[in-house]
Design a protein around this ligand. Structure first.
Ligand code: SAM
Length: 332
């Protein structure tokens, strides 16, 4: 339904028509105009919720409470800059974060005392949310291989008061399952992706590298990362896989591939989300049927306040990591 007025790639719009329900398509296409309010989460590691809301309001910001997350709120798009320059943000009491991103920690629900891993962590918004949810009790490890992003992550953890809790590793997430097999109670994999949900009609550079090759390259890495995340999880533990892409190749197909590879060793769990703009995971794509349980995954449809997001929650029921002995046999 690209009427010729949208600057987005024609192929991208044509794919969206196949992905989102017809009645939601106009709203989804409008979402790329990116005039959403700016959203934030109070960093409860450093501040009380009421104090931070009052501090922002006293600073002239027109704060609206988030209906489903009592530590989150929004300000009108025109106040985005004022919010980012506010002392509550620069001093770490408030973190600017998309509302959809906040669903990741809610869905994984790490408990105080658990051993938790964030496998693709920079710049650290979700790591900080996990740390706050765990009330800094237990163990939280965060992995980021890209040097500049790793430094940004370290700086954010320091500024937001979690550097004394989170153990940081600058390494490739694909190796972590082999290095620390069957270890964590909960793993977040907010996978590197084509970031389709971040396309901005006013900024053509936001899709300049997009195309089928980029999607395929992304999907290859995501499959390896998801396998590593599951290998690093103990039996009975859970993995939340999420992306900010609409592409089924990066979402349902990654999950379906992993379900097939690890048949009987993992299962998909239902995700309870506190928002209404939700679509079940697709169970077919380009004429191919996917396992029916992939419908348990969730797609957040973008609207006036939220950007597109994909989430799938996996429970591990049997060991998956290759022991040294098994690895040897695997190579034979
Ligand atoms: N969770 C972060 C947050 O909420 O602030 C955003 C994560 S972003 C979607 C994906 C991250 O994965 C990027 O920082 C990227 O550098 C990192 N990444 C890329 N390749 C990776 C790999 N092989 N292993 C682990 N992380 C990787």
């Amino acid at each position: 339904m690209n009427d010729g007025l949208s600057p987005l790639p024609h192929e991208f719009c044509a794919r969206l028509e196949q992905i989102v329900p017809a009645e939601a398509l106009p709203q989804v296409l409008r979402s790329f105009e990116n005039v959403r309010p700016a959203s934030f989460r109070v960093n409860t590691l450093l501040s009380g919720t009421e104090e931070s809301f009052a501090e922002l309001r006293n600073g002239g910001l027109a704060v609206t409470d988030c209906a489903w997350c009592d530590v989150a709120g929004t300000v009108p798009a025109e106040q985005r800059r004022q919010l980012s320059e506010h002392v509550a943000v620069t001093e770490g009491r408030v973190y600017i974060q998309g509302l959809s991103s906040m669903l990741a920690a809610l869905a994984l629900a790490p408990q105080p005392g658990e051993a938790v891993l964030d496998l693709a962590a920079a710049p650290g918004g979700k790591t900080l949310h996990l740390a706050a949810t765990m009330q800094k009790q237990g163990r939280l490890s965060a992995v980021e291989p890209v040097r500049t992003r790793f430094f940004k992550l370290r700086e954010n953890l320091r500024r937001y008061g979690a550097d004394d809790f989170v153990r940081l590793y600058q390494t490739d997430g694909r190796d972590v399952g082999r290095k620390t097999p069957e270890t964590f109670d909960a793993v977040l994999l907010d996978a590197p992706c084509t970031s389709e949900a971040r396309f901005d009609c006013n900024d053509p550079t936001s899709w300049q590298f997009w195309g089928p090759r980029k999607i395929a390259e992304s999907a290859r890495k995501q499959k390896a990362l998801l396998r590593s995340a599951i290998d690093a999880t103990r039996v009975g533990g859970r993995v939340l896989y999420c992306t900010c892409s609409f592409a089924p190749e990066e979402n349902e197909l990654v999950v379906a591939h992993t379900l097939r590879r690890l048949e009987g060793k993992i299962t998909l769990l239902r995700i309870e989300l506190p928002v209404g703009n939700i679509q079940p995971g697709l169970t077919q794509w380009e004429g191919k049927e996917l396992p029916s349980e992939v419908a348990l995954a969730r797609r957040v449809l973008p609207d006036e306040t939220m950007s597109g997001f994909f989430l799938a929650l996996v429970e591990k029921t049997e060991p998956t990591a290759l022991t040294k002995q098994k690895r040897g046999r695997h190579r034979e």
